[in-house]
Design a protein around this ligand. Structure first.
Ligand SMILES: [Zn+2]
Length: 489
């Protein structure tokens, strides 16, 4: 029987978004649990589509002793404050020292965390933990699809496995893959890594693995290269709104010999090169999207407000598409989720049926101005809800007080939360007494994850470019730190 330490520290850092991301964002819950330590970690993450949940569920039948240390995450946003990083790492170091002898460590990481002073925060985290555990303790990490792989991360771990899908419907399954790697390592097997860093950046909306998108085809080719002696051949697209020397996708393979691993990485690299030019898509202006919707009045549309996607570092409070909807007089539309804690609180004080004469959202920059009222309060919610779609499945969210309002004199409805969260689960509508099928036009602040739960509701999905911090046209970003030769596709 082995003693296996378990920790999680996740942040996807948009280095172009306003920072810093402070400790409070890691302590509080959002769609995922707040900071949790010790045995409470097991209950807090149970039955969720999270890598840590999948790892624990897969490992429990083996009879090992699981030693939960600490798990925390914050919504994607600007660089993590040095204070927050130091606080959490110091706490992890303390818990690791107190944990007693371990036989292995599982780490639930995102892989693209940047702090105010560190480009490769995960690499530094791993190096610091190694000073406590020594160089030989098996470390197996689960990573996000958007992880930015670095040499330090490869060197400091025995294996790293990343999500295969975007939308990330396989986070728990990735934890189970990590468990399988660790199981073999504990049985005495040694895996060799081989990897390549790619020299291009792909914008988030064009990284989807659904349908016949290039990322999906590459993922399938990775699976075809896998075998018992080469269990992982991965394409990891990386997070593009990150300006660091390591930014860009990677190919990462593990096998029982260096030669097998290298052959797998080389073969998948060739496949990526073959598909590289297909990573593209069309960004619509709000006006063009609404003209298309007006021209097909019987069709259902989803407008993906990708640049204000809180899942990519957006503030979740921009108003550009809502303003355009009002200007075009488009009927039967809903916007979700717009983050405005003051507005939600006022709605709760006023009650259902009240008229709120105040502005909504529009406080962040870049983004449109606040949306003028008045608003009719249609529904209220505590913000405590459980995800039911394939991406947020089982996640016990705490989005703070919520409300659903109608812009008076129109039939534009807006779903408001107190904490930003991307609109990727129908439960967010149901929580506020609404059914997303009742609207002809859904404006969802999400880039790709929404497709898992909402995609089937729409005849047409348009990715819309309205001002927000999660820039979709990467050519517009002022990168200064990329490696020479890195291209923006
Ligand atoms: Zn991701």
């Amino acid at each position: 029987m082995a003693r296996i330490g378990i920790l999680g520290f996740l942040h996807e850092t948009n280095t172009f978004a306003p920072g810093p991301t402070v400790l409070e964002r890691f302590i509080e819950a959002d769609a995922w649990p707040g900071l949790v330590e010790g045995q409470a970690l097991l209950a807090a993450t149970q039955d969720m589509n999270l890598a840590v949940s999948g790892f624990i569920a897969a490992m429990q039948p083996d009879g090992h002793e699981l030693v939960p240390l600490l798990w925390c995450s914050a919504n994607p946003s600007g660089p993590v404050s040095d204070t927050a990083f130091e606080h959490i790492v110091a706490r992890l170091e303390t818990l690791l020292r107190l944990s007693g002898p371990l036989d292995a460590l599982f780490l639930d990481l995102h892989g693209s965390m940047v702090t105010e002073t560190l480009d490769d925060a995960e690499g530094v985290l791993l190096q610091r933990l190694r000073t406590i555990t020594g160089p030989h303790l098996p470390y197996v990490a689960a990573l996000d699809f958007h992880a930015i792989i670095t040499q330090a991360m490869v060197d400091q771990t025995q294996a790293m496995v990343a999500y295969h899908s975007y939308p990330h419907v396989d986070m728990a399954a990735t934890g189970a893959r990590a468990a399988q790697m660790l199981r073999r390592i504990l049985a005495g097997e040694v895996f060799h890594a081989a990897w390549h860093k790619l020299d291009f950046l792909v914008s988030m909306p064009w990284q989807s693995t659904l349908g016949d998108e290039p990322a999906g085809q590459i993922m399938a080719q990775g699976r075809a290269l896998e075998a018992p002696d080469r269990p992982e051949v991965q394409f990891i697209p990386g997070f593009p709104n990150s300006d660091t020397p390591a930014s860009g996708p990677a190919v990462l393979a593990y096998a029982i010999s260096p030669e097998l691993a290298q052959a797998g990485a080389d073969a998948l690299l060739a496949q990526v090169r073959r598909h590289q030019s297909a990573f593209c898509g069309h960004l619509h202006t709000p006006q063009a999207a609404l003209q298309a919707a007006a021209a097909h009045p019987a069709a259902r549309y989803i407008l993906a407000d990708t640049q204000d996607n809180p899942g990519g570092g957006g503030a979740g409070d921009t108003t550009g598409i809502a303003q355009a909807l009002l200007a075009h007089g488009i009927s039967n539309a809903a916007v979700a989720l717009l983050c405005d804690a003051d507005f939600a609180q006022a709605a709760h004080q006023a009650g259902v049926g009240a008229i709120l004469n105040m502005t909504l959202g529009g406080r962040s920059s870049p983004g449109g101005p606040p949306l003028p009222g008045p608003y009719e309060v249609l529904a209220l919610g505590s913000g405590q809800l459980t995800g039911t779609g394939p991406f947020y499945l089982g996640c016990r969210m705490d989005l703070g007080p919520m409300t659903r309002v109608r812009v008076q004199g129109t039939d534009l409805e807006i779903l408001v939360s107190s904490r930003k969260q991307q609109a990727a689960d129908q439960a967010m509508f149901h929580h506020l007494g609404a059914d997303p099928r009742d609207y002809r036009i859904l404006v969802l602040k999400s880039s790709v994850h929404f497709r898992a739960d909402f995609g089937a509701l729409a005849d047409h999905i348009l990715v819309v470019q309205s001002p927000g911090a999660n820039t979709a046209d990467l050519h517009a970003l002022p990168y200064t730190r990329l490696r020479p030769g890195v291209n923006i596709l």
